[in-house]
Design a protein around this ligand. Structure first.
Ligand SMILES: CC(=O)SCCNC(=O)CCNC(=O)[C@H](O)C(C)(C)COP(=O)(O)OP(=O)(O)OC[C@H]1O[C@@H](n2cnc3c(N)ncnc32)[C@H](O)[C@@H]1OP(=O)(O)O
Ligand SMILES: O=C([O-])CC(=O)C(=O)O
Length: 375
């Protein structure tokens, strides 16, 4: 069994900052569970909507509950005109994570969570609306098309791909999206979830908590790593070229995106799953470069530094093989992680004390104010 990572030092590493019943991360060095279920089991046997139900409502649904939940999410896909007007104003070269942040915030103005009794409804609405928000903006700003966000697709993943491309996705693509959304759904006290919990601890509203979390997820040390990994691997023309460049980056002590983890010690359990789907997609598109390049990056990082791929690395090639533009990679993470964020907000609210740590002061010693003329 793998050792748990030795956790100490800056960044609140290793400090217990609260309780959760939602997930465990790296308790045996590498595992991930959502409400007691192994993520590998969930990814092999469930649809994303079942996992969202598990995370948000406490249990996996039976068939009737799943049908009802999916029907409800379908009904909540359309966007208010005022939100579409705002999305149309956002320029083409905006970062899509900024679009997500604005979209979430605007929805909070139009459909405000008035009291905590509305938290499940507010979350279901965001879960259904996020794919519509990003695709509406993307297709309008890039193609001049006002999409119909009311598709009849059965799943969140298929709905997203359908709106993005204007046609229903293949079964392989729908399945990959399903697995991807499950893998990204929840991860204990990661930076964006902790952001959401800090915001929730002030008794703020759901849209504020989620908007704040989107801001934290955007950075390349967190969710933004899948895009950063893609930017890197598409520069490599072959596995040998990738190896040469990676060795140079390591020599120059550059951070290599998509590798390493704050908690896992030897592997990220999500990696082997998304890697398998990336390989399937590579075969589907006849790729002979990007997948071998990705595999060689993984080998070099382990051989040279004992650093392993985190969830983001093989997501890059998988999404790319599905024809998803790189800048939409992190918004997909938002569409999924919303479930974890919202469940943590609800958990924080249920047993709240404002989160307010202390700081070690390292500034100047006490002094008096000089009159302005003599400064
Ligand atoms: C879904 C997700 O959010 S997963 C994370 C996505 N983020 C990334 O992929 C960004 C790249 N990775 C990283 O920056 C880091 O590994 C993090 C932010 C994920 C974790 O950071 P930490 O907990 O501080 O890392 P950790 O303590 O394991 O680092 C140990 C050493 O390995 C180095 N290291 C860690 N990750 C990497 C990397 N990807 N590339 C190069 N060196 C690395 C660190 O610089 C550190 O070196 P040092 O001791 O000389 O300072
Ligand atoms: O847990 C973390 O620090 C980052 C991560 O993998 C996630 O949020 O999925």
């Amino acid at each position: 069994m793998a050792e748990a990572k030795k956790l100490s030092g800056a960044g609140l590493r290793g400090q217990v900052a609260g309780k959760t019943a939602l997930s465990t991360v790296g308790q045996t060095g590498s595992g991930l569970t959502y409400r007691g279920y192994d993520v590998k089991d969930l990814a092999a046997h469930c649809q994303f909507e079942e996992v969202a139900h598990l995370i948000l409502k406490g249990e996996l649904p039976n068939q009737a509950e799943l049908d009802a939940y999916k029907a409800r999410l379908k009904d909540l896909r359309s966007l208010p005109q005022a939100l579409k007007d705002v999305l149309e104003l956002i320029p083409k070269d905006a970062h899509p994570m900024d679009v997500m942040r604005t979209g979430c915030s605007m929805l909070g103005n139009l459909e405000t969570e008035e009291d905590f009794g509305q938290q499940q409804d507010a979350t279901d609405r965001l879960l259904a609306a996020f794919p519509s928000i990003i695709c509406y903006w993307y297709r309008f700003s890039h193609d001049g098309v006002r999409i119909d966000e009311n598709t009849d697709d059965d799943s969140v993943g298929a709905h997203f791909l359908h709106m993005l491309r204007g046609e229903k996705p293949s079964t392989l693509h729908e399945q990959t999206m399903n697995v991807s959304l499950i893998l990204y759904a929840e991860h204990e006290f990661n930076a964006s979830t902790f952001t959401a919990r800090v915001c929730a601890s002030t008794l703020s509203d759901m849209h504020s908590c989620v908007t704040a979390a989107i801001g934290s997820l955007r950075g390349p040390l967190h969710g933004g790593a899948n895009e950063a990994a893609m930017d890197m691997i598409e520069r490599f023309t072959s596995a040998d070229h990738a190896e040469k460049e990676m060795l140079g980056m390591l020599e120059r002590k550059e951070k290599i995106m998509g590798f390493g983890h704050a908690i896992y010690a030897t592997s990220d359990p999500r990696n082997e799953i998304i890697k398998q789907w990336s390989e399937k997609l590579a075969k589907d598109v006849g790729d002979t470069v990007l997948y071998p390049v990705s595999v060689r990056c993984e080998e070099v990082m382990w051989r040279e530094k004992k650093l392993f791929c985190n969830a983001d690395f093989f997501h890059a090639s998988a999404y790319h093989f599905m024809g998803i533009p790189t800048k939409l990679f992190t918004p997909i993470f938002v569409m999924s992680r919303l479930t974890g964020w919202a469940a943590h907000v609800m958990e924080q609210r249920a047993d709240n004390r404002i989160i307010r740590p202390s700081a070690e002061y390292v500034g100047v010693a006490p002094r008096t104010v000089e009159p302005i003329e003599s400064r």
